[in-house]
Write a protein that binds this ligand. Structure first.
Ligand SMILES: Nc1ncnc2c1ncn2[C@@H]1O[C@H](COP(=O)(O)OP(=O)(O)OP(=O)(O)O)[C@@H](O)[C@H]1O
Ligand SMILES: [Mg+2]
Length: 254
């Protein structure tokens, strides 16, 4: 099944929000998703009430002590699986080095434990191109790049494209990817301008679905909920439903 890294080097573009809500919807539809929180900020872990005090019980335990990934799994309030992050994970970049083995560590763990045979995996990357994010991209078979609808995001998107191209030289294959516009405000000309620029640049790799800037999406993390649990009838829930449907229909997600 699909292994998706949700990644953009730019911060605050909706990576965590997108991972959270896609995982929640996949679970609602019976897919048993596994989410891996690769961000030492541990935002997703916090929203899912999955924080652990001892860092070895988080993903850090996999890197620092060789813990099994399966042994680190916790459950979100809605019942789907998450491997939590911890601030100590920020040490991994310095500890692992940058060789191929370091970059493939997570991919090897997932393969060894057969974690991906019957469930999709979603990985929430941090806003930095380091060993951890690269572990996510190397463990993934596709990358979803959220882009917030503002001007600086266009620069960020161009940077991401360059990064993915550079990685393709190392991986020796094209990284299948989709870009998705988030925080879209149809009343702002800027949102439409950004969409037009991204459409020119990315063509069909830019999803048709836009995730609107909505109160329901902004507020749900404060209640430690995904948007479907928080406001099932909201625009935000409808937008993420449309996104999953588009990703499935286009074959990006199986
Ligand atoms: N569609 C949306 N409508 C309203 N608020 C949103 C939307 N998407 C994200 N946000 C809010 O924007 C902020 C940044 O979103 P999020 O944490 O998902 O971004 P990120 O890319 O994961 O950030 P980081 O790079 O720090 O990991 C959060 O407060 C989130 O609740
Ligand atoms: Mg995040």
């Amino acid at each position: 099944m699909a292994r998706i890294a949700v990644f953009n080097q730019k911060g605050g573009v909706g990576k965590t929000t997108t991972t959270l809500n896609l995982a929640a919807l996949l679970a609602k539809r019976g897919a048993d998703p596994l989410v891996i929180d690769l961000d030492p900020q541990a935002h997703l872990t916090g929203i899912c009430n999955a924080a652990v005090e001892a860092s070895e019980r988080s993903l850090y335990g996999f890197y620092s002590r060789g813990a099994t990934l399966a042994g680190l799994i916790k459950f979100s309030p809605s019942g789907w699986k998450i491997i939590p992050s911890h601030l100590d994970l920020s040490r991994v970049d310095a500890q692992l080095g940058k060789g191929p083995q370091a970059l493939n560590r997570l991919a090897a763990g997932i393969a060894k434990e057969n974690l991906n045979t019957d469930r999709p995996i979603l990985m929430d990357a941090c806003p930095m191109l380091g060993v951890l994010s690269l572990n996510g991209v190397f463990a993934a078979d596709r990358v979803l790049v959220p882009i917030s609808a503002d001007y600086l995001a266009i620069k960020g998107a161009a940077q991401m494209e360059r990064t993915l191209r550079a990685l393709e030289h190392v991986l020796k294959k094209r990284v299948e990817r989709r870009y998705v516009l988030t925080r879209f405000d149809s009343r702002r000309k800027m949102s439409w301008d950004v969409e037009n620029k991204l459409r020119e640049r990315f063509g069909a790799e830019l999803c048709e679905t836009r995730i609107g800037e909505t109160v329901s999406i902004a507020e749900s993390p404060a209640h430690r909920r995904d948007v479907f649990a928080h406001a099932p009838e909201s625009r935000g829930a409808a937008d993420y439903t449309a996104l999953l449907e588009e990703l499935t229909a286009s074959g990006f997600m199986r």
